[in-house]
Design a binder for this molecule. Structure first.
Ligand code: CO
Length: 135
């Protein structure tokens, strides 16, 4: 049933975006896009990697989700983002299955995409983001 999910991106929390871009570029990746997402209080860098992307996330506000993660865990892998065809449908389906959702309705993400987070309590402490790309 349905279409195979794609890995949209891996979200990595960093304290200093420019410094982190330098490190990942030294590894051989290239930054293709930098964007501030006000709604999430982050400045982001996208680095294509195969069919997916690394997304480096620097908090613009200390008292934000990424800011708190940096303060308590020192940064690192923050979430895995899955690309879905219809985010409302997926959220409804997951809710019916008993998943705990951080976002019951989608909000605006990078590049006008629509995103929603699933609570890590439902996924063995790995934060999962759903992404529906803008069309
Ligand atoms: Co993300």
């Amino acid at each position: 049933m349905g279409i195979q999910l794609q890995l949209d991106h891996l979200g990595i929390a960093v304290a200093n975006l420019d410094e982190a871009i330098g490190v990942y570029e030294a590894l051989g990746l290239r930054c293709s896009h930098i964007e501030t997402v006000q709604e999430q209080n982050v400045r982001t860098a996208t680095l294509p990697l195969g069919d997916t992307n690394l997304e480096l996330l620097e908090p613009t506000v200390a008292d934000s989700s990424i800011g708190k993660f940096l303060a308590t865990r020192g940064g690192g892998l923050h979430h895995i983002a899955l690309q879905v065809e219809n985010i409302e449908e997926k959220l409804l389906e997951l809710k019916t299955l008993g998943f705990r959702l951080i976002d019951e309705t989608p909000r605006i993400g990078l590049g006008g995409s629509r995103i929603a987070f699933i609570h890590p309590k439902s996924t063995f402490n790995t934060l999962i983001e759903l992404v529906q790309r803008g069309s």
